[in-house]
Write a protein that binds this ligand. Structure first.
Ligand SMILES: *Cc1c(COP(=O)(O)O)cnc(C)c1O
Length: 402
């Protein structure tokens, strides 16, 4: 929503021109969207609104907010920014998983869904849980195999793609998949890893884009929130998703909305720095004798490199490395002191973890795989910390790594 330039508001307070979003690039939108109209003496930032209810009116068609579960100016500001970045209309939820559930609610009993063979654990678990209760048919597919994805999606009610995938870093050719998906198949893309700065799935024909705003959008590991984005013209689906949010009550908190919007202001600079760090570390890790395979689409020999070069504006700041075994992986994450041993990703701090420490992680993920979310620290401090921790590990090959 762009407010047209005007001379004054209804009270006669002078107001100033606001930018036309359609003409702006992502870096500028991240800074400019979700602000109040430019009125003299108005705050530059949308203030957090703590409200369980609002003053109402009997006037028909006034469109008043009504109640704190139905809407909030703090959500709206954050949604304006996320929608502008993805090129659509956004709805925010209490978490990425709440957003995922709102999407799965669109599936009638007995539907069929295609899921990535590797994807965020919570999504796979949520689908499995619904499958038994609602008679869903679930098929999994390697998202990097475009022909297989399109074939699996034929006749399916929903195609769910995550790219790059967590934690195996497969890259999907979204434009090719979008061109191949036809008919009534709802095409959903989890864009958490790439962020809207590296790819905008709606432009590839996705019907719904999902974000765990907990990750890059927030960027500071201090808020849990989710978002969905639909094309601007798709009022029907927007309303269906909004109704689910109202009735399920999985609404974002005011403080979370404020923090995520605050995080979005610096998304572009954070991503550029973290991505540059990741590129350097991926190259060095690939040369290290204790490290087996490095999964990072920015590496020339990575299976996702060609597609990522074509369809993404950058390779992101996540990578996975394989160490010889569980013991080596645990030794690495325990020995580091700058890197934080923690789950989650997309924050300013560099974080890593052995993914198989989670009981639900797929057995296709190697025991010694460590997912690394590279932050914005000085790259040489990150490398020194890693190198020190790697020094005590056995070489990958002689330790029995495959
Ligand atoms: C974290 C994550 C989710 C779930 O989001 P929450 O905010 O933790 O509920 C979904 N998809 C991906 C790719 C994630 O990394």
């Amino acid at each position: 929503m762009t407010s047209p330039p005007s001379q004054s508001d209804s009270t006669g307070t002078p107001s100033l021109p606001s930018p036309a979003f359609e003409t702006l690039r992502a870096e500028t939108l991240a800074v400019a969207a979700g602000r109040p109209p430019r009125v003299v003496d108005a705050p530059l930032n949308t203030p957090p609104t703590f409200a369980a209810t609002y003053v109402g009116t009997h006037q028909p068609g006034s469109g008043d907010l009504g109640y704190g579960r139905y809407g909030n100016p703090s959500w709206s500001a954050t949604e304006e920014a996320i929608g502008a970045l993805e090129g659509g209309r956004a709805l925010t939820y209490s978490s990425g998983m709440a957003a995922a559930h709102a999407v799965l609610e669109l599936l009638p009993v007995g539907s069929s869904i295609v899921l990535p063979a590797n994807c965020y654990l919570g999504v796979a678990a949520a689908v499995a849980e619904r499958a038994s209760r609602y008679g869903l048919t679930v098929r999994t597919v390697d998202v990097a195999d475009t022909a297989a994805v399109i074939a699996a999606a034929r006749g399916a009610d929903m195609l769910w793609v995550e790219t790059p995938t967590n934690p195996t870093m497969e890259v999907a050719d979204l434009p090719a998949i979008g061109a191949g998906v036809t008919g009534e198949t709802l095409f959903v893309v989890d864009n958490t890893f790439a962020t809207p700065l590296l790819q905008q799935p709606l432009s590839s024909g996705a019907h719904i884009v999902l974000h765990s705003a907990t990750k890059f959008l927030s960027g500071h590991s201090d808020a849990v929130m989710g978002a969905l984005v639909v094309p601007r013209h798709d009022t029907t689906r927007y309303q269906a998703l909004e109704t689910t949010r109202k009735l399920h009550g999985a609404i974002p908190g005011t403080m979370e909305s404020y923090l995520v919007l605050r995080g979005i202001r610096t998304l572009a600079v954070r991503l550029v720095k973290a991505q540059a760090n990741a590129a350097v570390l991926a190259e060095r890790l690939a040369e290290h004798p204790a490290v087996g395979r490095v999964r990072y689409p920015g590496l020339a020999h990575d299976p996702g490199h060609q597609v990522a070069s074509k369809v993404m504006a950058g390779f992101g700041s996540l990578l996975s490395i394989e160490l010889a075994d569980t013991a080596s992986a645990e030794a690495l994450v325990s020995a580091a002191s700058v890197w934080v041993f923690a789950t989650s990703l997309g924050g300013v701090d560099s974080m890593f973890e052995r993914r198989r420490r989670w009981a639900g992680e797929l057995s296709s993920v190697p025991d010694g795989l460590i997912r690394m979310s590279v932050g914005i620290e000085h790259v040489e401090d990150l490398w020194a910390d890693l190198e020190h921790a790697l020094r005590s590990l056995p070489p990958y090959s002689t330790a029995g790594g495959q």
